[in-house]
Design a protein around this ligand. Sequence first.
Ligand code: HEM
Length: 220
Amino acid sequence: MFRKISSVHLFSGKALDDLKHVRQEEVAVLAHALANAGSKVVNLAQLLNLCTVNALGRVMVGRRVFGDGSGGDDRKADEFKSMVLEMMVLAGVFNIGDFISSLEWLDLQGVASKMKKLHKRFDDFLTAIVEDHKKKMSSGRADQHVDMLTTLLSLKEDADGEGAKLNDTEIKALLLDMFTAGTDTSSSTVEWALAELIRHPQMLARVQKSWTNSWAETGS
Ligand code: HEM
């Protein structure tokens, strides 16, 4: 069901065209950050991750989740960032209980208990976003651009056209799933592509030339 919703509202040709400005704006923010860094060393992997999370955030929940350092939503953005980082660390940790199941209940390194606390923080974060959306929708203050969460909430009673229902827990799980599945994959792919271009200067020159031509023709 969610595959069907995603292919229509997220990945169809029309959805990709409608959301083009979001991707362009977030890439522009990234380009500004790189330009402003001048000759300073930058952590490109981190900046690319920030760019993909924000682009996906705007498409999924109608707002950037990481700040760009200019104030505004920065406190919330930092909170989300720290949760994602903690999740990455906890997911990758060598957990003794995973290998010796008789010791699992002891949770020797406290990984399970940290995961539970983190789950609660993610849940609170997503609950606030969902509740905020519901309020905006009921007061008719929803933004013009329809994000995925608004679509999911409006389809709650009949998600697949055949009467299937979606509850808030499922909606939050779907949001988290998309954020975790869609961000690191995309930013690592771009990072890999950039590394390959740096390794092959002739290809890099061709890409730059074709980008300059396309910019001259279309301005995008
Ligand atoms: C270059 C970027 C990406 C790569 C390399 C990638 C790779 C993959 C792979 C290998 C799978 C498993 C497929 C399978 O089990 O057969 C998968 C599943 C999935 N991906 Fe991606 N992905 C990327 C981008 C994205 C984005 C941008 C999103 C969301 C916005 C996303 C959401 C998902 C979801 C929800 C699933 C689970 C699908 C299911 O349960 O059927 N992915 N991805």
